[in-house]
Each structure stands twice: as structure tokens, then as C-alpha cells.
Design a protein around this ligand. Structure first.
Ligand code: MG
Length: 389
């Protein structure tokens, strides 16, 4: 029997010229150590791209790679892997990915660790084990999940980081000319801004473009309903995160009250967090983030979505492309994923940090080929590892 022999973590910090979602502006608050708060959604970000990589090696010499979201403080998830997960996993059979995932979840659940940094740590390890499982069997993860339905997945342009409507419209038109048909704009700072934004984009992109709005959890349910109704004359395709993530009754109220499909879920990590939202009828679309859920939970969330007749539009966050590849592998294996988020300002910048043929062009993600994930970090990627001791 092959066994897990070593687990190594890397906290990557990759410099970027302009912070994610654009330059700091009015309402943003700068902290120290590269951290700042976006006034628009009250969330903390870093001026550099951070993520955590995990490398798992087996006794036979097989290597699997995983990655989790770590927008800030990557040391936290890395430390959980090194101090807690590694001692529990050494010597186990690398094929036992589901059993290992359940055991890790159970090991901390009654202490109140249901997600958060702990969930992120488990996600990175879970992805690495699926990569190993694929490599050991010579199959892609999509094949392991039951069948690769497609080689390419439609992609929507996420975010238009310019500071005027004119420039944002021009940016969107530029992507449209490259073959992209769907565009998501983030919450504006004032309510009228939403309507101005969708009106400007609709005028620039024409009647066929798919327009999605990320409302960034900012509104009460009543205010969200009002705003969505004002955007509906411009043929809004998706209203994302209309109310606070904890407000399950509010999510359900919004979904019942508007014609636009409602999407939620990028912040949720497990089926336990999704379950009450499905039961309450909170959404038409789920947006699991692979870098937070890991592959096993992501897959289960997709199956729950199928049972509740919801679509899956996976979220895409900051990373070098390892969890992005895992997300594409699942998206290629399920029947209810019409489109995947494309964070062009991250994906394009970091794509050279992974091997393989993963790409996004002419409106589509190209699912990486090869066994396991189909991507691995390059030596340059590992050169961005923080020295922690
Ligand atoms: Mg979002």
C-alpha cells in the first residue's frame, strides 16, 4: 500500500502593481503590512496576491498539489496544515480522500471549527489528495468524478477595474471583441450607481450581452429588492450576494420577490453551510469557491444544487491556478454549470506560474488535460514563498 510520506506548505506572496479590484480610492482604509479595507464591501485585502500551496508526497514518490484561498494571513492556514493536519495524515493511504476529508472535519467540529481558516486548510489538502488520486490512476479529476463532459467552459468577465464609466465600458467592449459574452460589475458606492452602471454597460455592449451584478452583501432585503427591480429593465441576468451572508430569511425574501435569478455562496465552505439556504429557497445559482471548499465539498454542493434544480457558477479567487484547475475539472464533469467566473486580472497575471495547457480565451476556459489537476506550480511560483522562520 502506498502511504502519505510528507506534506509541505508554501505561503506565496506575489507582488502586483495594482491591488485586486483596482487602485485604492475614497472610502478605502490603508493598514500596515500591505493590508487595507475596501469601503465598498468592508472586507480586508492585501496589496500582494497571497495563497497557500500544499505538496503531498507518497512513499512511492507520487506528488499531489493543492492550493487554498488566503487573501490575507496565509500563515494561518499553512500553520493549521503543518501543526494539525500533517501529523494526522502521515502514513495514511493517499487514495482515501473522502475518508480523510470527513475525518479532518470531524476532528474539529465540536470545537466550533466548521469553516474559516480551518476550512481553507482542509481545502488545500483535499485538492492535493484528488490530484494524487488522479495521477496514481492516470486519469483526470473530471474522469474520476464520472466523466469529462466538455473540454471548454464559458467564462464571464469579472470586474472592470477602471475609475470612470467610460473606461469601464471601453474595457468591457475590448473583452467583447475578444469573444467574451458575459460581464459582471461590482457594487457601486451609491444606490443610483447600480442603475447607471448597468445602463452604461448595456448601451456599450448591446442587447445580447449577459450582465451580472455583484451586490457585495451590502443591502437589507427590502433595499436589495428595490435595487434589483430598478436594474431589471436593463435585462439583469444574475443578482449576486444581495444581502448579508448570514441573513437566510433575507436571501429567501429577495429570491421570492424579484424575477432575476439570485446567486449566493462564495463565502460558504461545506454542505452544512449550504443546506439551510437550499431548504429556505435562497437562490437559483450557487457560487462555491474551490479554494475554500476543496474538491470533495465542492462536488457535494454541486450535487445538492442538482437536487434543488439550481445552477452552479463557480467563484474564482486569488491564486496561481491550482484551485482554479480543480474548479474547472469539476465544472467539466457536472451538467449544471453554464458559466464560470473569470478573474482576468488574477488568472492572466499568474498563469505562467503553473504548468500545463489551462487557458482562457475567446470566451471560454480550456480545461487542463493530463492526469489529476493537469497543472503544477512552476519553480518561479515556489520562489514567491515567504520565509517564515
Ligand atoms: Mg462575489
Amino acid at each position: 500500500m502506498d502511504t502519505i510520506q510528507s506534506i509541505t506548505t508554501y505561503c506565496l506572496s506575489i507582488p502586483r502593481e495594482v491591488p485586486y479590484m483596482g487602485a485604492l480610492g475614497k472610502g478605502d482604509t490603508q493598514g500596515t503590512n500591505g493590508l487595507f479595507i475596501r469601503g465598498g464591501n468592508r472586507s480586508v485585502y492585501s496589496t500582494s496576491d497571497h495563497c497557500v500551496l500544499v505538496r503531498i508526497e507518497t512513499k512511492s514518490g507520487a506528488i499531489g498539489w493543492g492550493e487554498c484561498v488566503a487573501v490575507v494571513a496565509p500563515q494561518v492556514a499553512a500553520s493549521a496544515i503543518e501543526s494539525l493536519i500533517q501529523p494526522l495524515l502521515l502514513g495514511r493511504d493517499p487514495h482515501d480522500v473522502i475518508a480523510i476529508g470527513e475525518d479532518l472535519y470531524d476532528s474539529m467540529r465540536v470545537r466550533g471549527f466548521f469553516g474559516g481558516f480551518w476550512g481553507d486548510a482542509m481545502a488545500a489538502v483535499d485538492i492535493a489528495l484528488w490530484d494524487l488520486k488522479g495521477k496514481l490512476s492516470g486519469q483526470s479529476i473530471a474522469q474520476l468524478l464520472g466523466g469529462k463532459r466538455t473540454k471548454r467552459i464559458p467564462a464571464y468577465i469579472s470586474g472592470l477595474p477602471e475609475n470612470t464609466m467610460e473606461k469601464r465600458a471601453a474595457l468591457a467592449v475590448g473583452w467583447q471583441q475578444k469573444g467574451f459574452k458575459a460581464f459582471k460589475f461590482p457594487a457601486a458606492l451609491n444606490p443610483q450607481g447600480f442603475v447607471d452602471e448597468i445602463a452604461g454597460l448595456r448601451a456599450a455592449l448591446g442587447p445580447e450581452a449577459m450582465l451580472l451584478c455583484d451586490m457585495h452583501w451590502r443591502n437589507t432585503a427590502g433595499a436589495a429588492v428595490q435595487l434589483i427591480r430598478r436594474m431589471e429593465p436593463f435585462n439583469l441576468a444574475v443578482a449576486e450576494a444581495p444581502v448579508a451572508p448570514e441573513d437566510i430569511p433575507g436571501q429567501a425574501h429577495v429570491r421570492r420577490s424579484v424575477d432575476t435569478p439570485v446567486a449566493i455562496g462564495e463565502e460558504l465552505r461545506t454542505v452544512f453551510e449550504y443546506r439551510p439556504r437550499f431548504e429556505a429557497g435562497c437562490m437559483d445559482i450557487v457560487q462555491p469557491e474551490m479554494g475554500r471548499t476543496g474538491l470533495s465539498q465542492f462536488w457535494l454542493i454541486c450535487q445538492m444544487a442538482r437536487a434543488w434544480n439550481c445552477e452552479v457558477m463557480p467563484h474564482a479567487s486569488i491564486g496561481i491556478g491550482i484551485f482554479q484547475a480543480a474548479s474547472l475539472q469539476v465544472a467539466a464533469a457536472i451538467s449544471n454549470c453554464p458559466i464560470h467566473e473569470y478573474q482576468h486580472s488574477i488568472f492572466d497575471k499568474n498563469l505562467h506560474l503553473v504548468t500545463g495547457d489551462m487557458a482562457c480565451s475567446e470566451g471560454y476556459f480550456h480545461v487542463p488535460t493530463g492526469a489529476g489537476l493537469g497543472v503544477e506550480p512552476t519553480a518561479e511560483a515556489l520562489s514567491y514563498a515567504l520565509k517564515l522562520n
